[in-house]
Design a protein around this ligand. Structure first.
Ligand code: IVH
Length: 684
């Protein structure tokens, strides 16, 4: 053992370790430590730095949280201008051939000369940034501005965890890295949901959200925005021998710890470029982030130099676009759709428009609050976005194109009655959603409820899909789930597109579905807020249906993970005589499950108990402990709460132990756990 490190040494150790974890998490997408461990290291470094302010350093991860707001951004002159790129708007393969032909002509190549080698990559849809590293430390970050002069956004950029504050390995004296700051689509959706919940304006698209965040004068705001980064090129460099190719440059940047997108290739000639454009186009919806095209760059830096620039665009690069993911069209009307739980969703009826590769005529408007927040009105020109594999959405009106005074849209005034069943539409006091009050009387809800009932993870009735449910409900053959079990071959075979063979298959599937499990049955009932996991918890907790039917709200709240809201939904559902009737009729129709299920577990020594594991146990692995607990009917939860019955604590237990102590939760070690598992008294 060496002597204890000095504060200076320890701070350096901690910074290096945190930087390693950041790289693993944000660049390689392969976390190396649990969050709690990261937090512990981070807090240790914070404490050291506040005790010894002289230890503070620009490359410390504690600097990522954002400093004081600025009055304005300082101007930064780019030592190497930030160029833009020529855009090939021809989204067909011909765009690739045209670029290759231009390059060959400029290089004076003859037809017989071999193919030109290109580096192909994605065109990220974010904000261009130049990062300046001196002796490996990030010293400045600037926006592109007019290409000559940008804005100093260093404070904001420091909050982007994917951007290293210190380069790995032996860094050049000066390295300017150019790349794109962007926001992933899932992070964008979550951010917009948070904005909505806070009553704030949502962002139109991830690019605007990213650009807006980087141009925030308050770095505290930028720090809360989920931004990330891809490097795609260089600015000024000093004290570094450049690799001979662009692909080599990107490899080197990745070695320095910078995020470089994995979707890139070195290709020979225009056929390969066109194929890359096609293949990436097919991948586009599945990517985690928006792209608006691909970029081809002549790979050899020596050839790039020979090709040079025209005005601000290099002759050696081109952006080959895809069809836009946003388009402007006319909002003709707003209609509504009725969901399984009666939720009334406003739907925009649009003048058909080609966006994200498909023709869109409908788009969701979510709910009245969203319509108000965006101030979308019938007759407006609106921006429609379809990105990834998601439902197209109206993101904003183009207010400048509003020529006449248009009335605001009021969902309850326009649709006081459910368009499907005529029951009145109501919106609860603190609810965002308006609902049809018709319940299962409403055919729309009935259809959705039946589809849910028959679904694969519920009663699993193979062949009872959309079209069939539609016909059965419209013909009034099926009103409630019970009617499914009363279907006869005649009624079925007479339906359109249904021969005798398919009718027989369906009846066989219905017959088979009678044998189910209690958990599936509970899930199939379609109680609001009762998903598969909750249904399983309910089945396990109560063991049989009658016990569940007898439970009041208080008893329901005893179930792990069932809080007051869910308990209320279940109690309300069970209080409805109509629902009880359906349940009884289903049982009478022969729907059955193993009684007392899951019996061994329901009677287990830890039945109904919730345990949390923390730290390292002397002999049991986490998985082994979990398996033993579950075999005795116990549940293992991830975090400590009032509902935790026991915390099983091993060596180096962290914040969970503190929390359990605060809440007065019983704490046992491995020996104590074994005692619980083996005790003869089952009702402790
Ligand atoms: S290279 C010398 N590569 O597209 C060429 N740009 O005008 C400089 N962009 O705003 C740009 N992905 O931020 C390059 N893989 C990529 C890119 C890319 C996105 C952006 C860039 C700039 C615009 C080009």
């Amino acid at each position: 053992m060496s002597a204890a490190p000095t504060p200076l040494e320890r701070a350096a150790q901690l910074r290096a370790e945190l930087a390693r974890h950041d790289h693993a998490y944000y660049v390689l997408d392969a976390p190396t430590v649990p969050d709690a461990e990261y937090d512990r290291l981070f807090r240790e470094l914070e404490a050291l730095e506040s005790a010894y302010p002289e230890l503070c350093a620009d490359d410390s991860p504690t600097r990522r949280v954002g400093g004081k707001p600025l009055a304005q951004f300082a101007a930064v002159r780019h030592r190497v201008p930030m160029l833009s790129i020529r855009t090939e708007t021809d989204t067909e393969a011909s765009g690739a051939y045209a670029f290759d032909a231009r390059v060959r002509r400029e290089l004076g190549m003859a037809e017989g000369d071999g193919p030109v080698e290109y580096a192909a990559e994605l065109k990220f849809d974010g904000l261009a940034i130049s990062l300046r590293y001196e002796q490996g430390v990030l010293v400045q970050a600037a926006t592109r501005g007019d290409g000559e002069t940008g804005e100093d956004v260093t404070q904001n950029i420091r909050t982007v965890r994917a951007i290293p504050l210190r380069l790995r390995g032996t860094a050049p004296a000066v390295l300017e890295v150019r790349g794109e700051v962007y926001m992933r689509r899932d992070d964008f959706d979550a951010l917009n949901a948070r904005q909505s919940a806070a009553g704030e304006k949502s962002f139109v698209n991830p690019r605007n959200a990213a650009a807006g965040s980087i141009r925030q004068l308050d770095p505290g705001i930028a720090a809360r925005r989920p931004l990330t980064f891809f490097a795609y090129g260089l600015g000024e460099t000093a004290g570094w021998t450049l690799p001979p190719t662009h692909a080599g440059v990107l490899d080197a940047l990745a070695e320095f710890g910078l995020p470089v997108c994995e979707h890139r290739a070195v290709l020979q000639g225009p056929d390969a470029l066109a194929e890359f454009h096609r293949a990436v186009g097919a991948l586009r919806d599945a990517l985690a982030f928006d792209i608006d095209g691909v970029v081809y760059k002549v790979n050899a830096l020596e050839l790039q130099q020979r090709l040079g620039f025209v005005t601000r665009e290099p002759r050696w690069a081109v952006a080959h676009k895809y069809p836009a993911q946003e388009a402007v069209t006319l909002l003709r009307d707003i209609e509504v759709q009725v969901g399984r739980t009666g939720a009334i969703t406003p739907v925009a009826r649009l003048e058909p428009v080609f966006v994200g590769g498909v023709t869109v005529t409908n788009a969701t408007l979510h709910n009245q609050d969203e319509i108000d927040r965006k101030d979308v009105r019938i007759g407006d020109w609106v921006i429609v976005r379809r990105a990834g594999d998601v439902i197209p959405e109206v993101v904003a009106p183009v207010v400048e194109r509003r020529t006449a005074e248009l009335p605001r849209f009021d969902l309850l005034a326009r649709y006081p009655k459910c368009p499907v069943c005529g029951s009145h539409v109501a919106r609860g006091e603190d609810e965002v959603v308006a609902r049809c009050t018709g319940g299962l009387f409403c055919p729309a809800q009935r259809k959705q409820a039946l589809l849910h009932f028959a679904g694969r993870r519920a009663m699993d009735i193979d062949g009872l899909g959309d079209k069939l449910v539609e016909q059965l409900v419209d013909a009034a053959i099926v009103k409630t789930p019970v009617d499914i079990y009363r279907l006869g071959i005649l009624a079925l075979a007479n339906l359109e597109r249904m021969g005798e063979k398919s009718a027989q298959n369906l009846l066989a599937a219905i017959e088979k579905s009678r044998d189910t499990t209690l958990a599936r049955f509970i899930f199939a009932l379609g109680i609001r807020n009762v998903g598969e996991a909750t249904a399983r918890d309910l089945a396990r907790h109560f063991g049989n249906l009658d016990a569940l039917l007898a439970a009041d709200e208080a008893a329901l709240q005893q179930v792990p993970d069932v809080g007051p809201i869910v308990a209320k939904c279940i109690a309300e559902f069970l209080a409805e005589p109509h629902n009880r009737e359906v349940i009884e009729q289903l049982r009478a129709a022969g729907v059955r499950w193993p009684e007392g299920e899951p019996s061994a577990i329901a009677n287990g020594r830890l039945a109904g108990k919730t345990l949390v594991l923390t730290g390292t146990l002397p002999t049991l692995s986490r998985d082994e402990a979990k398996a033993l607990i579950e075999a005795q009917g116990g549940k293992v939860a991830g975090s400590v709460s009032k509902k935790t019955d026991y915390l099983v604590a091993g060596a180096e237990a962290g914040s969970k132990l503190t929390k359990a102590q605060e809440l007065g939760v019983a704490i046992v070690d491995e020996e104590g756990l074994r005692a619980l598992l083996n005790k003869s008294d089952t009702n402790a």
